[in-house]
Design a protein around this ligand. Structure first.
Ligand SMILES: NC(=O)c1ccc[n+]([C@@H]2O[C@H](COP(=O)([O-])OP(=O)(O)OC[C@H]3O[C@@H](n4cnc5c(N)ncnc54)[C@H](O)[C@@H]3O)[C@@H](O)[C@H]2O)c1
Length: 348
């Protein structure tokens, strides 16, 4: 077994950055622990063909920091971390590689819990879990996190609707769901059951046909989203969809969806606010998935997951009230709330 671990200089504000390599099985991975202030770090493992180590370090540190924020806001007793395996998931991934990755995670002795992310399936994670107790998100444990993510987004969307429209009654409210995948379709079903008028878009025709037939949705082309009249925009496909141009065009009054990193740049938050569009920060409303994974780490039942989803919606309510009272951007309030949790200060 040729596993080697090299401690790298972690960027300022980060606790640990480790390069793990096992040339025998072609495994080269970075594990980043951003913070263990609130508990052991947790965050998924991504496999991606990064151009070089610098690109991988940039991604793993950015993602690890994001997990600190997401886990803190969801009150999970977990810190933030992330790992990336450098390689092409379609060609380079083998059980032996995933086992070597599992052994690398094990050397951190519980400072970091890993789970699936882009390029890594529950089956891959099972290979890692054969070597460590710190690999979670397994299909025989907490299961698919997507329904929990959808439920969390739905509950937050209703809180947002109360603030924006004065009621959480979604009857006839026009909601555009972008991306009908694991989360988007489940969210669309909930919205339909709540009486919303659905507009859907996807690049997958079968998903569109399904939503039309079962949920009475109308379909819009992927490149027409920002020309579309709507009340609520629910991005559930890709990150970065709200560019400066899109934010200037968007016809919704509320944005609440599962996609990570919806704002292409920080400046977009101000554009949305100037246009009286209420944006609910993605890392807050999409925490249902990590809540589900955390229930596996802490060996907690469904009631624990539900309590945390309800609490997330409560925090969204709180941040909307504060943003209005203090005349500040909602994402700034969210970040401030996390900062206060990390430094042990109560929100003002
Ligand atoms: N699954 C979870 O529990 C979870 C948790 C937190 C965040 N997220 C984020 O939510 C988003 C959706 O996750 P998912 O698990 O449902 O993914 P998924 O891959 O199951 O679904 C994504 C859907 O978006 C569609 N899509 C891709 N490009 C598109 C485009 N240009 N326009 C419209 N649709 C497009 C795909 O065809 C697919 O149906 C992702 O950004 C993911 O990172 C997911």
């Amino acid at each position: 077994m040729a596993l080697t671990l090299t401690e790298m200089t972690a960027p300022d504000g980060f606790e640990q950055l480790v390069l793990a390599q096992d040339p025998d099985v072609g495994m080269r991975a970075l594990i980043c622990v951003h913070s263990t202030v609130l508990g052991p770090a947790a965050g998924g493992c991504r496999m991606w063909p990064y151009a070089d180590d610098a690109a991988a370090i940039h991604d793993v540190t950015r993602l690890a920091r994001g997990m600190t924020y997401k886990n803190a806001m969801a009150d999970l007793g977990l810190g933030g971390g992330k790992s990336v395996i450098i390689g092409d998931a379609r060609h380079d991934k083998t059980p032996a590689l995933m086992q070597a990755f599992g052994r690398a995670v094990d050397t951190l002795a519980g400072r970091y819990y890993t789970a699936e992310d882009v390029g890594i399936s529950p089956e891959d994670m099972a290979h890692a879990a054969s070597q460590t107790a710190y690999a979670v998100g397994l299909s025989n444990a907490s299961g698919d996190p997507s329904p929990w993510t959808a439920e969390g987004v739905f509950r937050c969307l209703k809180i947002g609707a109360t603030h924006v429209f004065g009621t959480d009654d979604l009857t006839d409210r026009r909601v555009l769901v972008q991306g009908l995948g694991h989360v988007g379709m489940s969210l669309a079903e909930k919205l339909h059951a709540a009486g919303a008028r659905l507009i859907v878009t996807d690049i997958n025709q079968a998903a569109l046909d399904d939503a039309q037939a079962r949920l009475g949705a109308s379909v819009c082309a992927p490149d027409q989203v920002f020309d579309q009249p709507m009340d609520i925009f629910a991005p559930c496909a890709l990150g970065g969809v709200l560019t400066t141009k899109a934010a200037a065009q968007l016809q919704a009054r509320l944005v609440c969806g599962a996609a990570n990193n919806q704002l292409a740049t920080d400046a977009v938050a101000q554009i949305l606010a100037d246009r009286q569009i209420t944006y609910l920060p993605d890392y807050v409303v999409n925490a249902g998935g990590i809540i589900s994974v955390a229930s596996e780490i802490h060996a907690q039942p469904d009631t624990w997951r539900l309590e945390r989803l309800i609490a997330i919606a409560g925090r969204v309510d709180q941040m909307l009230t504060r943003a209005k009272a203090e005349g500040r951007l909602i994402p700034d309030i969210a970040d401030q709330m996390v900062h206060d949790m990390l430094t042990g200060r109560k929100a003002a």
